[in-house]
Design a protein around this ligand. Structure first.
Ligand SMILES: [Zn+2]
Length: 278
């Protein structure tokens, strides 16, 4: 068990160092903002408690889910699919975190990456009726092959800034202390990574949310900028609107723009004739 734990932590070190080399993130600056993200679920019995805690504080998070929980016709798979619908119904976003959480930059699993990503998107769509816009690689792994694959799929992976490693600590007090130590000096827009499959996180989250309320009350009282809890909307692909154009008769032609991220904005001419408008 200890050997397994050691190899897992060594694996973690290797993967995290891979991330650090490949994607050095600039230190965020500006007013403190925080986005909550929860990975590896859904977990029947735990995720609902996370959802309740978030809702009690009017927070919308991102859940990066693994489709392995949704496979098959067993009761737990049904309940997991219902949990995804519940996450969305409460204003959260469901993101893609692959089916089996393999290390996709590893030699053995890199060939499975397309099915792990697209298959999970299909499982999420079957459960929720919506294809996920957001994606996070398991272990945050990045390498040439996964980068090329994600680019071909038009996917921009979402990383994180604050990682209490709740899966390793498994102690609510330590998780809470780690997160709060970072929030005390928070600058700019930060993404917090936790796991809704961890029992310790279920206990720690309400305490962290209460602490943020108290911290913000103290900040407002002393004239400091409070920590703003943000939702996932800023992570979504941008859709730019194009100013309406007039046709020869002076009617307004509404046109939709393709995603700005796809390069030059190519317009899809159509959509509606609005008689009488100028
Ligand atoms: Zn994960």
């Amino acid at each position: 068990m200890r050997a397994l734990a050691f190899s897992l932590s060594l694996f973690g070190l290797l993967t995290f160092s891979t991330v650090a080399r490949a994607h050095p993130r600039p230190r965020p600056s500006g007013p403190p903002e925080l986005l909550f993200t929860f990975d590896d679920g859904p977990a029947v019995g735990k995720t609902p408690k996370i959802l309740d805690a978030l809702q009690a504080h009017h927070i919308h998070a991102v859940f990066f889910v693994n489709g392995r929980h949704l496979l098959g016709n067993k009761k737990v798979a049904d309940e997991s699919r219902a949990l995804l619908r519940e996450e969305i119904a409460r204003g959260n976003a469901v993101g893609n975190h692959t089916i089996h959480h393999y290390f996709l930059c590893g030699h053995a699993y890199s060939k499975l990456a397309p099915e792990e990503i697209e298959g999970n998107a299909a499982l999420i769509q079957q459960a929720t009726g919506m294809r996920p816009d957001l994606f996070r690689t398991p272990y945050g792994s990045h390498c040439r092959s996964i980068k090329a694959l994600l680019a071909s799929l038009g996917i921009h992976p979402i990383g994180w800034d604050i990682d209490p490693q709740d899966w390793r600590l498994r102690n609510p007090a330590k998780i809470e202390a780690y997160v709060e130590s970072h929030l005390r000096h928070l600058q700019g827009r930060n993404i917090l990574l936790m796991h809704d499959i961890q029992g310790a996180t279920v206990v720690a989250l309400p305490r962290i949310l209460d602490w943020i309320d108290q911290e913000n009350a103290a900040r407002i009282k002393s004239g400091r900028v409070p920590i703003k809890i943000i939702d996932y909307s800023y992570l979504l692909p941008r859709h730019e609107l194009v100013p309406p154009l007039l046709d020869a008769r002076g009617r307004v032609l509404i046109r939709a723009a393709a995603r700005a991220a796809d390069g030059p904005i190519w317009l899809w001419p159509q959509v509606a004739w609005l008689m009488g408008q100028v």
